[in-house]
Design a protein around this ligand. Structure first.
Ligand code: 13P
Length: 254
């Protein structure tokens, strides 16, 4: 176990109406009342941000969004900017999720622009990356994540590195019920930290939290989080049930 403070975030993806989001946020808040052994965030849809911000006000649970556009405002129909997310109460924003890359044409380059724009307005980006099953089978996992990291961090300077979270999400483990084994995940996390050390120095790299994402559940969270370079989790499906999400958060305690 590292001494980095753990960080668990729930990615609600395209789930829950506004009232349902509010209710889930209230339940998560209740289930984690008094808990302060890790950082916790939930990331609802854009339309539910205000309601969830309201439900979480005064709690230790932070709000995150699932994406942002890199321009501040203007004629970009359908997009939402960083300053708008800040005004809605967000601290975090997920960028480069594999579903954005797979279904909405996000590229390594656009992910980098989003990450940089998030930092510029004071948001804490959660930068997602990870290989597909095909890439893993071909033995190119390290090459792929190295390329993704290179682009995502290309315009991020040493001053901003403390604001960044990396989420390693092997695409084959997302929503499949097949999580990476703790050893498989640790191997990639270690590699990613090495890349950060090459660019920002070992001391800075040691402060960056690297989350694992992909079929994290209450019954596998503890052993994943016990790995030396796994500093938290980005949770999809299990974050939609308050008890399951709270159980994952609680597994951060030794
Ligand atoms: P699941 O936890 O549903 O596998 O999703 C992981 C994920 O994509 C989080 O961003």
């Amino acid at each position: 176990m590292s001494n980095r403070r753990r960080f668990i975030a729930g990615n609600w993806k395209m789930n829950k109406t506004i009232p349902e989001s509010r209710s889930l946020a209230e339940k998560v808040r209740e289930a984690l009342d008094g808990f302060d052994a890790a950082d916790v965030a939930v990331c609802p849809t854009f339309v539910a941000l205000a309601a969830v911000a309201d439900a979480l006000r005064g709690s230790r649970i932070a709000l995150g969004a699932q994406n942002l556009y890199w321009k501040e405002s203007g004629a970009f129909t359908g997009e939402v900017s960083g300053p708008m997310l800040v005004a809605a109460g967000c601290k975090y924003v997920i960028v480069g999720h594999s579903e954005r890359r797979q279904y909405f044409g996000e590229t390594d380059e656009s992910v980098g622009r989003r990450a940089t724009a998030a930092l510029a307005c004071g948001l804490y980006p959660i930068i997602c990356l990870g290989e597909t099953l095909d890439e893993r089978k071909k033995g190119v996992t390290f090459e792929v994540v190295k390329r993704q990291m290179g682009s995502a961090f290309s315009a991020i300077g040493p001053d901003a590195i403390g604001q960044v979270t990396v989420a390693y999400e092997p695409v084959w483990a997302i929503g499949t019920g097949v999580n990476a084994t703790p050893e498989q995940a640790q191997e990639v996390h270690r590699f990613l930290r090495g890349l950060l050390a090459d660019k920002y120095g070992a001391a800075a790299a040691e402060t960056v939290r690297i989350q694992y994402g992909g079929s994290v559940k209450p019954d596998n969270a503890r052993e994943l989080l016990a790995q030396p370079d796994i500093d938290g989790a980005l949770v999809g499906g299990a974050s939609l049930k308050a008890e399951d999400f709270a159980a994952i958060v609680r597994s951060c305690t030794a």
